[in-house]
Design a protein around this ligand. Structure first.
Ligand code: AMP
Ligand code: ZN
Ligand code: FE
Ligand code: FE
Length: 278
């Protein structure tokens, strides 16, 4: 039995609807999945219903953007109470920031004589949590770039002319936000930015787990983070970070987390809820 605990839908920058994502999970014979859209839990209800119909275990989640010592860190929340008031209030702020950022990115592109229209990006994104991939897709669709990679390389990556940073919360605040919404907090894809020096601080802030398995982690990188998980007594997670058909080939099914890790996560979340009740 296998799980994929890092997936996106069109409620953020994935291309699949929750139902399409779950159909893909069933095709790949996954026993459990988590939905981890950027700064939103809106897709979770539909994904849960679709999972129930095909007997896949569903974990409601989200991926939050945070920072620690100037490093951008993504924190995954699992088993979130998707009705938690504080969580919903805070993610509404992140979403407003993302929407403003789209306008700023387009304004910068226009200054660079790329006449992309903000309405076209907003229409294409069609969600409350838009991001750079939507701008990239709009650039390709309008013929200003020939690929998503080109859009990121020329304009959207950090230090490129249309890059606009997000207002980020500290990793500690992200972890606390997840905990008060009954969730577990996990550091996403640590191998992508190799900022291992922040891990002890995150552990002190209450980090529960670390994403050892990820599409962009080599076997050696996964093993390195398994050792770190062992050292700090962290839960082990993994997922494909599938964004649907955004790059031609869906990644779901390429990372298969053994189900025993899901059992451990469930034990941890049960222990946390007992603690909260005391
Ligand atoms: P944002 O949250 O708006 O800063 O956008 C971050 C997202 O952009 C991440 O989820 C990545 O999947 C995506 N991304 C980063 N670099 C690239 C790239 N070169 N091509 C396509 N997507 C990318
Ligand atoms: Zn994304
Ligand atoms: Fe991420
Ligand atoms: Fe992601």
């Amino acid at each position: 039995m296998f799980a994929d605990l890092h997936l996106h839908t069109n409620f953020s920058d994935g291309t699949y609807t929750p139902e399409e994502l779950v159909a893909q999970a069933a095709r790949n014979k996954l026993s459990a999945i988590a939905l981890t859209d950027h700064d939103t839990v809106e897709g979770c209800e539909r994904a849960a219903i679709a999972c129930k119909a095909v007997e896949i275990e569903f974990i409601p989640g989200a991926e939050l953007t945070a920072e620690q010592n100037d490093n951008e860190i993504h924190i995954l929340g699992y088993f979130l109470d998707t009705h938690n008031k504080k969580l919903l209030e805070e993610i509404a702020k992140f979403q407003a920031d993302r929407q403003n950022r789209i306008h700023e990115m387009v304004a910068r592109l226009n200054q660079l004589k790329v006449p992309l229209r903000v309405e076209d990006v907003i229409k294409l994104a069609n969600c409350r949590s838009p991001g750079r991939p939507h701008v990239a897709r709009a650039l390709v669709k309008a013929g200003f770039c020939s690929s998503l990679d080109e859009a990121f390389e020329r304009f959207l990556k950090k230090h490129r002319p249309a890059f606009v940073p997000k207002t980020k919360i500290s990793a500690q605040v992200a972890i606390e936000l997840i905990h008060q919404a009954s969730g577990l907090a996990v550091m996403a894809h640590p191998g992508l930015n190799r900022t291992d020096e922040v891990i002890p601080d995150l552990v002190d802030a209450g980090l529960d787990g670390i994403e050892c398995f990820h599409t962009k982690h080599s076997t050696a990188v996964s093993e390195h983070y398994l050792e770190i998980a062992d050292k700090y007594n962290l839960l082990v997670t993994g997922g494909s970070d599938c964004h649907g058909m955004s790059k031609g080939r869906p990644l779901i099914g390429t990372v298969k987390l053994p189900y025993q890790h899901v059992e451990k996560l469930k034990e941890a979340v049960a222990a946390r809820s007992q603690l909260n009740q005391k």
